[in-house]
Design a protein around this ligand. Structure first.
Ligand code: ZN
Length: 210
């Protein structure tokens, strides 16, 4: 059923002039219909805020004509995105978004007030906060604000420890677990890398707040 709906959506896109004819069957598709709407929200090029300058249109970062840095910039915030493995994106986007994953070289946008989490300008593909199954700590200000995805620590945990004891063992604990090879950052943390830098920065800013 779902397969048929996806095929139907593909047909609709390829055969736009016939969409009026196929529209009747699409509408009767129930959940399939909603799936098509989801698709357009996630990856339809015309719905994306891609306004990159002409010079960046060469998809090859090593191309001398291209502006290499433009391909690294988040189309929403113009922040330099951090390279993430495809497996990170696959592990963290939700089922609906996963069906629209057509990029190969995604970057993670760390900007706090930008709603875009992953982008691959060469594939005109972006995933926003709502496309992920987890909250993105860098982009949340209200609890829960995840800090360590592997061992499940939030900003509130840090705040509690600092309030109760004036110090925290959380970074030491995480470092020990990382050293023991127990972390799984590449499939748990949206940035695809170790959280220790973020945790240390959070301890510093929370300590300054007190
Ligand atoms: Zn961004």
């Amino acid at each position: 059923m779902r397969q048929r709906a996806v095929r139907r959506a593909n047909q609709d896109r390829r055969q736009a002039p016939e969409s009026a004819a196929t529209g009747r069957t699409s509408q009767s598709g129930g959940t399939g219909g909603r799936g098509v709407v989801g698709r357009s929200e996630v990856s339809r090029p015309s719905a994306l805020p891609f306004d990159l300058p002409e010079a960046s249109s060469c998809p090859d970062e090593s191309c001398s004509i291209a502006t290499p840095d433009a391909a690294k910039l988040c189309p929403g915030s113009q922040t330099i995105g951090l390279k993430v493995d495809l497996v990170t994106v696959k592990a963290l986007v939700n089922a609906n978004a996963l069906r629209h994953l057509n990029g190969k070289a995604y970057r993670f946008c760390p900007a706090p007030d930008c709603d875009i989490v992953y982008f691959d300008p060469t594939a005109s593909s972006i995933f926003r906060k709502r496309d992920l199954g987890v909250r993105v700590g860098q982009k949340e200000t209200e609890d829960p604000v995840p800090l360590c995805y592997c061992f499940d620590f939030t900003a509130a945990d840090l705040r509690r420890e600092l309030a109760a004891r004036g110090k925290t063992e959380i970074p030491t604990f995480i470092a020990a677990e990382v050293k023991a090879g127990h972390c799984a950052c590449e499939v748990k943390n949206p940035q695809g890398s170790c959280c220790l830098g973020n945790v240390t920065a959070a301890v510093r800013s929370l300590s300054l707040e007190r």
